[in-house]
Design a protein around this ligand. Sequence first.
Ligand SMILES: Cc1cc2nc3c(=O)[nH]c(=O)nc-3n(C[C@H](O)[C@H](O)[C@H](O)COP(=O)(O)OP(=O)(O)OC[C@H]3O[C@@H](n4cnc5c(N)ncnc54)[C@H](O)[C@@H]3O)c2cc1C
Length: 476
Amino acid sequence: MADQTAATPKPRKVPRVLILGGGTVGLYTARRLRKQLGRRDAAIVVVDPRPYMTYAPFLPEVAAGSIDPRHVVAPHRFALPGIDSLQGKVSRIEHATRRVEITPEEGDPYWVTYDHLVVGLGAVARTLPIPGLAEVGVGFKNVEEAIALRNHVLSRIDLAASTWDPDLRRRMLTFCFIGGGFAGIEALAELEDMARDAVANYDTIAPEDLNFVLVEASPRILPEVSAELGGYTLDQLRTRNIDIHLSTFLTSCVDRHVVLSDGTEFDAETIVWTAGVKANPVLADSDLPLDELGRVRCTTTLQVADADGHVVDGAWAAGDCAAVPDLENPGKFCPPNAQHALRESKVLGTNLAAHLRSAPLHEYRHKNVGTVASLGMHKGVAQMFGRFKVRGLLAWFLHRTYHLYAMPTLNRKFRIASGWTATLLFRREVVALGTLHDPRAEFRAAAVPPDKAQEEPTDAADPEIEATTDQAADEG
Ligand SMILES: Cc1cc2nc3c(=O)[nH]c(=O)nc-3n(C[C@H](O)[C@H](O)[C@H](O)COP(=O)(O)OP(=O)(O)OC[C@H]3O[C@@H](n4cnc5c(N)ncnc54)[C@H](O)[C@@H]3O)c2cc1C
């Protein structure tokens, strides 16, 4: 009798690609891979604690109320058809055994194995051990912070309008931003513009009462554009009465009392930290090769490589957490921005698919197309192809057009564009939904007997600065 088992073809093992982080790199790599590989060619899994990708370049406009927060996020379940999503934090990476530990918000950590790993864990705020900063500062890296900051600024204006105490009023109306790079300048300029719009609705607050302060450690702002355009932006901000301290450090902000290295001191209810980013710290707890800045070392084909340039089998990386050699600037690495992250991901996806088919890989090479920044409604600066400098309304228009084009999914593009149209017709919303920071407060007060009410803890550790995305949804 014939041996039946010998005749049965062995089922082919489908390789599993595990993508860490569902941000720009995670989303675009997964989409490119799925476009090139069917379900029988590869299983693709994306891990992220958030169920959505955030398009960060639009966060300043979210904070200013020009874009609905829901519209700058692309939900994974909608934007990643045919791809599995796991919600949880990557807590350990063991590439030697090809497994990753995932810690979900609820429940015990668990391990997931893989054949190929894509690291797109992005960056976190790079902070310094400044007294008071951890207690009172807020970052500007994600949509939750953008919503919280918007609500915070608007509610401070409401509070200032309701007090007769001149010191308290000045403290409420003082907003301090640390860091004059792109994110910091856009956040400052957009929020100042919004605050100016908001105070037009108050009889007791004049625009001159607003006190926006920028602190920057280097002698200039916007290092991403030419010195001339940086200088122009500086002049623009100064004509808007923004108090700018260059070559200055924040030395302390205990209890929201700001002390600067140039001797200036003031009280500020709002302290925003936008002084740079560093690679995701979870990488330090991995066996992947890292450079001195904690980024995963890569080749120009987006494969992970050791310090001698030897490729680590089955590991790929891109974006803010990766040190990718910049072929347009030999000896340097690609800067951490969406322009590179998005394009690197597409090459990474194509290369990983090619690798699985034993086809040749491509090198990543990208010449910067330019930089665009919004400085508030109808104001902006742009530098295109390294040479062409644009200012004012045209730069603002370029900023919106470029980022609308880069925003993932047609659905989101349409929603953002229709929101802008509504804002042009009806002006933007400048209302603070302050009570959302502790939505159970009123119910708790009603439900708890009066003698126990004082002992009851609140939901939010710092109710003024905490917010969730659900709250964002309500805000819209
Ligand atoms: C306010 C702001 C404005 C910006 N403006 C511009 C601009 O105008 N132009 C430009 O080119 N760039 C801009 N950038 C930079 C740009 O957004 C980033 O360079 C880009 O998003 C990097 O992509 P990434 O995939 O590497 O990281 P991200 O897009 O940040 O994605 C990282 C993902 O990893 C997830 N993650 C984090 N930790 C874990 C963990 N432990 N486990 C699992 N997942 C985790 C995060 O939730 C996130 O989804 C801006 C950034 C900010 C913050």
